[in-house]
Structure formats: structure tokens, C-alpha cells
Design a protein around this ligand. Structure first.
Ligand code: XBP
Ligand code: MG
Length: 243
């Protein structure tokens, strides 16, 4: 990074928390309730995750299955029902933030960095997760929230990140994106934002070429995050490591 770090933009699903198993279980319950013989195994879901957005994911599956019964109207009903189930499960406290997230967010806020969210999930899902996992004070740290409904095109399109930058009033090289997936990395990179990857249960082993760094666990504070970013930048420029 050439400029001073002034902000962080976080992805949600798979990055703040391992939410995808709750999404998947909610999708499957809804398919049963609507009388479909669909069931998404982990393997199927892993492939479907390359299509971001729950409605888009169902439309892709319907097309793959050549299912004429499933039209846009039914998809919209099922998506609403899926999100209600998801929010209910999250409100019960089924999920926790991934290691490092809370302390990194708190340290960033204390140091005056601006925080944003760029996600392809629905606003109702984000609200449910924020309320369940962050204190009211921590929720207020996030100045810019960009969700699936806010963008014309979801990730890997850069819209969510471009809107996040605009809302924070920052330039791409003043922020770091924190992501867990290849599509998320592509979206952040298309917005010219250097990206730290923390792979999740569905993305371990994926090809994250182009990321600034890939870490199994997010660092607890901004100094460690900056060290990670600059070590990798020095490596990329083939400069000697500072002693
Ligand atoms: C990951 C996604 C989302 C969720 C489902 O979002 O692809 O589509 O799986 O969300 P993120 P909706 O960018 O946070 O990784 O059903 O609300 O669309
Ligand atoms: Mg994600």
C-alpha cells in the first residue's frame, strides 16, 4: 500500500462468521416446505457459491435442473422464507464471529479507521448477524453498509466495494478489503482495493492469486494487519525484508 491505511471494508458471509451452513440449511428447509425435491449437499453448495445472491443461486440451480416449475415469482417467495429462517437461526445465537474479527474491528475503530461492509447478502441477513454478534457500540463503528439490494450487479462485480469507498469517502489504496472467497477477491480487486483473504470452510484451498495475503486467522489488531500487508507488498516488489 502506498497510502496510509484509513479504512477497512469487510465481506460478511464466510468472513465475519461462518454463515453459509445456516444459509444452506435454511434453503433446504424451504425447498422441502415448497414441495420441491431439491436438496443442496455441501458439495453442491460449494459449486453454487460461485453464484452470489440467494435468488441468483436458486435461478442457476433451476436452470441447471431444467426445472420449469421454478419461476422468478416462486424464487422470490422462497428467498423471503429462506431469509426469515436464516434470521431466526442467527437470532438464537447459533453463530459467533470468526477469531480475530471483534478485536480487529475494535482496534480499528479506536485508532480512527473507518469501517465498512460490502456484501452480496440481503440487508435483513446482515442486520440479524450484526445484532446477534456485535454490541450496539460495535455496530455503530460501521459507517458504510452495502448489501445485495444496493447494487445493480453483485460480486464479482465491484459495485459493492465502489459504493463502500464512496460512502466512506476513501480512495482504494487507503483501505484494505477483508474477504474469504475468490468472487469476493475479484470484486475488491476490480475496485483496485488491496485484499487480505481469510479462507473459510467453503473456500479453503481455492486459488487466491492476486490477494495481498492469505491468512487462516485474522490478526487481532491493526499493527499486525499492516505488517501482513506491507510484508507481502515488499515481497511482491522483491525488496529486501526490513530487519
Ligand atoms: C455471500 C453470498 C450470499 C449468501 C446468501 O455473500 O453469496 O448470497 O450466500 O445471501 P458475501 P442472500 O458477499 O457476504 O460473501 O440469500 O441474502 O442473497
Ligand atoms: Mg464471503
Amino acid at each position: 500500500m502506498k497510502s496510509a491505511l484509513k479504512g477497512l471494508i469487510f465481506d460478511v458471509d464466510g468472513t465475519l462468521a461462518e454463515t453459509e451452513e445456516v444459509h444452506r440449511a435454511s434453503f433446504n428447509t424451504v425447498f422441502e416446505r415448497f414441495g420441491l425435491d431439491w436438496h443442496w449437499s455441501k458439495e453442491t453448495y460449494r459449486k453454487l457459491l460461485t453464484t452470489t445472491g440467494g435468488k441468483e443461486r436458486m435461478a442457476r440451480f433451476a436452470a441447471d435442473e431444467k426445472s420449469s416449475r421454478v419461476d422468478a415469482k416462486l424464487i422470490a417467495y422462497m428467498h423471503k422464507a429462506k431469509n426469515e429462517l436464516y434470521a431466526g437461526a442467527i437470532a438464537k445465537g447459533e453463530l459467533q464471529l470468526r477469531p480475530g474479527v471483534r478485536s480487529l474491528v475494535r482496534d480499528a475503530a479506536i485508532r480512527g479507521l473507518k469501517l465498512g461492509i460490502a456484501t452480496t447478502t440481503s440487508r435483513s441477513n446482515l442486520d440479524a448477524l450484526m445484532q446477534a454478534c456485535f454490541s450496539e457500540e460495535e455496530q455503530r463503528y460501521f459507517e458504510a453498509l452495502v448489501c445485495g439490494e444496493d447494487v445493480a450487479a453483485k460480486k464479482p462485480n465491484p459495485d459493492a466495494y465502489l459504493q463502500g469507498l464512496a460512502k466512506l469517502g476513501l480512495q482504494p489504496d487507503e483501505v484494505l478489503a477483508i474477504e474469504d472467497s475468490v468472487v469476493g477477491l475479484a470484486a475488491a480487486r476490480a475496485a483496485q482495493i488491496p485484499t487480505i483473504i481469510t479462507p473459510g470452510i467453503y473456500t479453503i484451498g481455492d486459488d487466491f492469486r492476486g490477494a495481498l495475503a492469505v491468512v487462516t486467522r485474522l490478526p487481532n489488531d491493526i499493527d499486525q494487519l499492516k505488517a501482513l500487508a506491507s510484508a507481502r507488498a515488499r515481497q511482491a516488489a522483491s525488496l529486501p525484508q526490513a530487519r
